[in-house]
Every structure is written in structure tokens, then in C-alpha cells.
Ligand binder design. Structure first.
Ligand SMILES: [Fe+2]
Ligand SMILES: [Fe+2]
Length: 164
């Protein structure tokens, strides 16, 4: 009876796992290039996507399904910060679009709890999209100075010695 919901929830798990991997990859590379603010933004959003996996998994188990922990796509080796932001924004747009459709589909299948989960995820993904768009705007307004500032912040911190 809940086979369709379980399938949709597992597709969402795959999407979220791919996002966790991709954003952690971006996090490492921004950190490596010294871009403190972007590095911590990717880390924070990766953790939120991980919590989405948890929310979906709980619902799958409640419906007596199994959680298929398989990422929806491989990590793309993008290391240019502007390309990272463009890719992240694209991923969020696609997730929000899919989750909207799947919320409607779950509603049509009389599974309103699954519908609510998808609706909650849409709100989060739209917020993520807004954050990535804001960073893209900052980069186009302030250019490389914006990145330089992040490196300077980082240098200041490391000159103060190891964090307590
Ligand atoms: Fe998510
Ligand atoms: Fe997201």
C-alpha cells in the first residue's frame, strides 16, 4: 500500500546523500583555498542535508520499507568557487521541484504524513537556494575582493594561534 511512498522517499534519500557528498567536497576545497565563509556554509548545509536523510529514513522505516543508502550521483570534481555555487543552486532547484511533485503525489495517494515531510524539505531547499544565490550575488558585486577578504579573515584567525 505504501510502496509508492517508500519509493519516493528512497529517491529523496539518494538525492540528499548526493548533496551531502557534493557539499562536503565543496567544503574541503573552499577550506583548502582559504575561503572561510563559503567553507563553513557548505559544511553547515551538508549537515542539514544529512538531517534530511534522517527524517526520510525514519518515515521509510515507519512504513516498513528499507532505506537504500545509495547516492543519486557521483561527486563532480568542481573546485572553482563560482562553478560550485552555480552547481549547488542547480541542485537545490531540482530538489525543490522534485519534492513539490512528490508531495502532491503522496497527497494523491492519501499519505499526508509523507506529503508533509516533502513540503518541509521544499522550504529548507528553497532557503538553501537563497543562501547560494546570495553568495553568487556577493561574488559578482565584490568580485575577487570578496574572496580575498575571506582569506584575510582566515589568516587573522590562524595568526592568533590554535582555537581554544
Ligand atoms: Fe535536503
Ligand atoms: Fe538543500
Amino acid at each position: 500500500m505504501h510502496a509508492k511512498s517508500i519509493e519516493l522517499l528512497n529517491r529523496a534519500v539518494a538525492d540528499e546523500l548526493a548533496a551531502v557528498h557534493q557539499y562536503m567536497f565543496f567544503h574541503f576545497h573552499c577550506d583548502d583555498q582559504g575561503f572561510e565563509l563559503l567553507s563553513s556554509l557548505y559544511r553547515r548545509i551538508a549537515i542539514e542535508e544529512m538531517m534530511h536523510v534522517e527524517r526520510l529514513a525514519e518515515r521509510i522505516l515507519f512504513l516498513k520499507g528499507e532505506v537504500l543508502m545509495k547516492a543519486g550521483h557521483e561527486v563532480q570534481p568542481v573546485t572553482d568557487v563560482r562553478e560550485m555555487l552555480a552547481m549547488a543552486a542547480r541542485m537545490e532547484q531540482e530538489s525543490a521541484r522534485d519534492y513539490n511533485l512528490w508531495a502532491n503525489e503522496s497527497g494523491a495517494n492519501a499519505d499526508s504524513a509523507t506529503k508533509k515531510i516533502f513540503e518541509g524539505l521544499v522550504e529548507d531547499e528553497e532557503r538553501h537556494l537563497e543562501q547560494f544565490d546570495l553568495e553568487t550575488q556577493n561574488l559578482s558585486r565584490f568580485g575577487d575582493r570578496y574572496l580575498a577578504l575571506q582569506s584575510i579573515e582566515r589568516a587573522k584567525k590562524s595568526s592568533m594561534g590554535p582555537a581554544a
